[in-house]
Design a protein around this ligand. Sequence first.
Ligand code: THU
Length: 160
Amino acid sequence: MKEIEIVSKAKIYGYEELSENDRELVEQAKKATQSSYAPYSNFHVGAAARLADGTIVTGSNQENSAFPSGTCAERTALFYANARYPEQCVKELAVAAFNKGKFTAVPTPPCGACRQVILGVEERYGRPVRILLYGEDGTYVMDSVKALLPLQFSGENMNG
Ligand code: THU
């Protein structure tokens, strides 16, 4: 038997420590929570993707009474970005959530399906997507979704 250790790293920034660009993206994600349709969970998530040319595309979670038919904020933003601006790679993605009258203290991590979709975006454009997960008590920043998805399945697994 062998054991391997899988290490991921995230940086945690106070809001004031974020660059102006990062604050702008986080603010867009926070704003996007307002367009969330979440009558079932009442958990309002917003995501903002910055593309190579600087365009910011936002999305929010859209729920449905048949629960699996709804979708998360991250996928709404990313699929819209890829459909509308297919030639622009996604450089960064910020996520924020509004719950019980306030933004969450702890960052909202993307669900497993969203992590896989973000990985797909990294594969599609051949470059990492920087991730910013906003929380009132600190924003987690990662250089790639791979930090959130150890032992990820990608096209490489089918070629090797
Ligand atoms: N949700 C997101 O939109 N993004 C996340 O990162 C986590 C969860 C949504 C899905 C559902 O509408 C609600 O939050 C509660 O799970």
